[in-house]
Design a protein around this ligand. Sequence first.
Ligand code: AHG
Ligand code: MN
Ligand code: MN
Length: 333
Amino acid sequence: MIGTATLTQFNIHQQRNYSVKRGELTLLLDDVARACKSISHAVNQGSLTGTLGAAETDNVQGEVQKQLDVICDEIFTDALIWTGHLAAMASEEVEEVIEIPSRFPKGKYLICFDPLDGSSNIDVNLSVGTIFSILRCPEGIETPQTKDFLQPGTQQVCAGFCIYGPSTILVLTSGNGVNGFTLDHDVGEFILTHPDIKIPKDTAEFAINVSNQRYWEAPVQRYVDECLKGIEGVREKNFNMRWIASMVAEIYRILTRGGIFMYPLDNKIPKMKGRLRLLYEANPMSFIIEQAGGMSSTGRQRIMEIQPDSIHQRVPVIMGSYNEVERVVSYHM
Ligand code: AHG
Ligand code: MN
Ligand code: MN
């Protein structure tokens, strides 16, 4: 099937193989894929449409929004709100849960999304992406509220991200492994190009924003210090370092050749309890990483087992190659 199956064909085959009734999910994923194609186009147009640079607003987290953050949020919402497959939506860029207007039918799923991850990279023409997580709407709930989104990551039905890089690639899991689909711009279809992605258990590459080093806790200080000592230290091998400031790009690299990605707990802004958002970033990426044979933790807890307490909650993130994440977790014990 490699290089020939479209995303829709692949999903229908999976349904047949696992004999599960997931017609509505397949349709929802088609909608998500269509939204990602539109975002890919908007991101690609860049200066041609005058959409680079900052917007005049801050988002709910008090972060400066880029024009494309706002545009991509609208594209994603508009592509999905009318389709009848969702009961409600939650966006990193929007304070409250997005309700489905009464003129549209409602479906049985909830979606959480980061419309444009790594948007600080937009103006410098580096890879950015869209991240999403699909949950079931709790039984009997007609109009989902914030509390209905507060489900641990283990409840995710499906998660994925689309990276807008030299190629546009959609990476998906529904709990049966991880598959990657490259957008054929001429045909307008995502084609299966990376079936059953597995992350190497070991790695010699780490990713962390070292400018925060003085704020880290001791276990992360120790781990990074040992990596930096290389062949002369206890690890007895040299490490390489990467930091793209775009989680989609870091995670895509780790899926491709292994590695460890960390945005750990630090005391830079103590009340923040981490940088990355649980519902829009940490949970969907954890589902993908675990399904690809990697590990994902805050250092003290499996990320997907965290009971969320708010939709915009942030958490520490340590994820990637299994043995390396396990080591960092052991340093926290
Ligand atoms: P977003 O663009 O959605 O706000 O997310 C950016 C995130 C993540 O993609 C990246 O790993 C991290 O923030 C970058 O943080 P620094 O600015 O501290 O490098
Ligand atoms: Mn993000
Ligand atoms: Mn974002």
